[in-house]
Design a protein around this ligand. Sequence first.
Ligand SMILES: Nc1nc2c(ncn2[C@@H]2O[C@H](COP(=O)(O)OP(=O)(O)O)[C@@H](O)[C@H]2O)c(=O)[nH]1
Ligand SMILES: [Mg+2]
Length: 402
Amino acid sequence: MSLQSTPRAERLHIGLYGTRNSGKSSLINALTNQHTALVSEVAGTTTDPVYKSMELFGVGPVVFIDTAGYDDEGELGHQRVGKTKEAARRTDIALLLISEEAEIAKARVWHGAFRKSKTPVLLIVSQCDKKDDGGRALAEAVERELGEKPLCVSAETGMGIAAIRRAVLEKLPEDYDAVSLTGDLVQPGDTVLLVMPQDIQAPKGRLILPQVQTMRDLLDRSCVVLSATTDRLDDALVALKEPPKLIITDSQVFKKVYDKKPAQSRLTSFSVLMAHYKGDISFFAESAKDIDKLPKDAHILIAEACTHNPVDGDIGRIQIPAKLRALLGDGITVDVVSGADFPEDLTPYDLVVHCGACMFNRRYVLSRAEQAKAQGVPMTNYGILLARLAGILDRIELPGKS
Ligand SMILES: Nc1nc2c(ncn2[C@@H]2O[C@H](COP(=O)(O)OP(=O)(O)O)[C@@H](O)[C@H]2O)c(=O)[nH]1
Ligand SMILES: [Mg+2]
């Protein structure tokens, strides 16, 4: 990631789906005027989904997800289809390619799945330059079978490529871009104090993404932003003529900051903001409420987005499990997964605790929350859980609640 570029998790994710050789990789190349996706006549050239960040003319920063064909066979093929399904959970808009009539049946299954997850789908009849009628007959069959008019496209001649860009804009989910990090918590002109311990877990020489994004969001909202490490909190408060309207702290020092904060200053944390920005904060708050009522032998799953090397005092692997044991006793079992490793079946767990997920896009975290809900498993995130464990969940600010 270059310093100028939009982080991947913040980009519109456009996924391409279709059978092997339907022309997915070629279409990405045509859409981007580049030859980044691997094109080959040999079916199954694209194996793991490939994420490619670029500026799509007229749309802005996007990530294209190039997937293996969803008709892939054999043991390895099944694994690849599994990865394609995983990619579908991160997809904001799906391009569904059909190059031949025989592919319509498979397309219908995926079309239905995307519909179920409320993912907008753009149907595409591909490789139209190869067809005598420019793809008209196939387009009619697709419309008849799937109930939606497809676009006729050729990666070879460029036919229909501009129409795809326009259709993507039209299909943008309504709430895309609508969720703001600091939500309804600030007004223009508010002074906001950020408490940001730069501890052993902080990367050398830079700030972590939620801190950077919060600062940017507050500046965009015309707030005055002041930051301090935890040991300079008192100095920061003294330096201000009036108490800050809002204090946003690292969740690990929630209680410390709560105890010191002026009564007029409202308090929240970076990962509580992320619970709204990337997740389902109502569900996360509800799930954390009765944590003390979990059984003594509770199974708890901690899910981290990053696959970083754990350090001493790691929040997900050490701190949160220790706090949970302090509350519930040593009989609990805590499993930690990271990256895309998220169990398909969450029912063995009594609680899922997710990190702030700054490396995941919103749709993906929401799809995990939906899964937990559907399986009847409570799910929360680091910030909400730490506030609950500090006994202040009902005394802090939750964005998106007004
Ligand atoms: N004539 C023509 N050939 C295409 C077009 N799109 C893809 N192909 C060819 O179809 C084959 C499979 O394309 P590819 O993009 O690798 O398909 P994928 O497996 O879906 O990614 C390659 O030989 C491409 O050159 C197209 O629009 N027109
Ligand atoms: Mg391919």
